[in-house]
Write a protein that binds this ligand. Structure first.
Ligand code: NAD
Ligand code: UDP
Length: 338
């Protein structure tokens, strides 16, 4: 199967690409290198022995996208390309709506013109806003608390309308909880540019000596140790969730929505302790004020994905921190190159 993967050089895209090739599929990658480096391609080749086809360009560029669809034989699409930093989205809402919403619409239009009617899309647990209860099921109400979340919700709503009007399409929305970890080889991993926004890359950069200490955003939440609780999921499990969706629902018309999470919650302090154990390094931290817009706890009910896709997360928290540490300690400054 030939799978067009937008954002294929990014964190989740690169891991999905490896899993696709190992499963005998043929990914064709698109990326504009806004948040990734060409070195990722060499690492993928090192891991799987073959370099995937790569087209450098922007999904909002209709001429570019049309040329890729004209040149390649594409059976289905996995769409990762987008911007993902909540704080940045508050500063630059237009850029977020343009990239995430407009980018998706250009992609859908190009697919329609090319006669390709099956797509899997990255969504996020952020679409649940501050859920009234946990664990969170797919039928819980959705709500956006910032422009990033709103852009994801808008994409979900646009595609829901589109699928209603085009019932022959298969559209799968995968709502990721908190992807962490890296391929067990330590060759590919998360390489945030600038100061990391997310907990795991921040902790790993403290462990490797790139940052002095972690700021723990709040120890006064109504949780057992006072810090925020999230559902961290190993990125390889997440990648395999896409393969499960490809196999089970990408040929079934309809709108398919799944949570991809483990169903377990881990607090910030528990994560610090797990990382410290795995790396043998003390993780210096200071308790800081709560981060604006943060919620106390968020974890998935992943039952639907298990029942309908036959998928479940298999990596433990120890796997997540060990694999992150292997990637970070082998690549203290991330990928080489600009
Ligand atoms: P990432 O930034 O590592 O990867 C995204 C890739 O898309 C990057 O390589 C970037 O260069 C590329 N890109 C961005 N805009 C593009 C455009 N207009 N044209 C072509 N390429 C473009 O991010 P990621 O963590 O791999 O996330 C992938 C998707 O998953 C995103 O849509 C994100 O919103 C979603 N998601 C991520 C998380 C997370 O915590 N990582 C959680 C929930 C949802
Ligand atoms: N967090 C923290 N310090 C950081 C980054 C994150 O204490 O430098 C906390 C944050 O408040 C939340 C958890 O770690 O409770 C996960 O945050 P992340 O940004 O990784 O994911 P999200 O909030 O988007 O679920």
């Amino acid at each position: 199967m030939n799978v067009l993967v937008t954002g294929g050089l990014g964190y989740i895209g690169s891991h999905t690409c490896v899993q696709l090739i190992e499963a005998g599929m043929n990914p064709i990658l698109i990326d504009n290198l806004h948040n990734s480096k060409l070195a990722v391609l060499e690492r993928i080749e090192k891991l799987v022995g073959t370099c995937p086809i790569f087209h450098q360009g922007d999904i909002r560029n209709k001429v570019f996208l049309f040329s890729v669809f004209a040149r390649e034989k594409i059976d289905t699409v996995i769409h990762f390309a987008g911007l993902k930093a909540v704080g940045e989205s508050v500063e630059k809402p237009l850029e977020y709506y343009d990239n995430n919403v407009n980018g998706t619409l250009v992609l859908m239009d190009t697919m329609r013109n090319a006669g390709i009617t099956s797509i899997i899309i990255s969504s996020s647990a952020t679409v649940y806003g501050d859920s009234a209860s946990v664990p969170i099921r797919e039928d819980f109400p959705t709500f956006a608390t910032n422009p990033y979340g709103r852009s994801k919700l808008m994409v979900e709503e646009c595609l829901t309308d589109f699928q209603k009007a085009n019932p022959g399409w298969s559209i799968t929305l995968l709502r990721y909880f908190n992807p962490v970890g890296s391929h067990k080889s330590g060759e590919i991993g998360e390489d945030p540019q600038g100061v990391p926004n997310n907990l795991m890359p921040y902790i790993s950069q403290v462990a490797v000596g790139r940052r002095k200490y972690l700021s723990v955003f709040g120890d006064d939440y109504p949780t057992p140790d006072g810090s925020g609780i999230r559902d961290y999921i190993h990125v390889v499990d997440l990648a395999n969730g896409h393969l499960a969706a490809l196999r089970k629902v990408s040929t079934m018309s309809g709108l398919h929505i799944y949570n991809l999470g483990t169903g377990d919650g881990t607090s910030v302090f528990e994560m610090v302790a797990a990382f410290s154990k795995a790396s043998g390094k003390e993780i210096a931290y200071k308790v800081a004020l709560r981060r604006l817009g943060d919620i106390a706890e968020c974890w998935a009910d992943p039952t639907k994905a298990y029942v309908e896709l036959g998928w479940e997360a298999t990596h433990s928290l120890d796997d997540m921190v060990m694999d992150t540490w292997r990637w970070q300690s082998n690549n203290p400054s991330g990928y080489p190159g600009n």
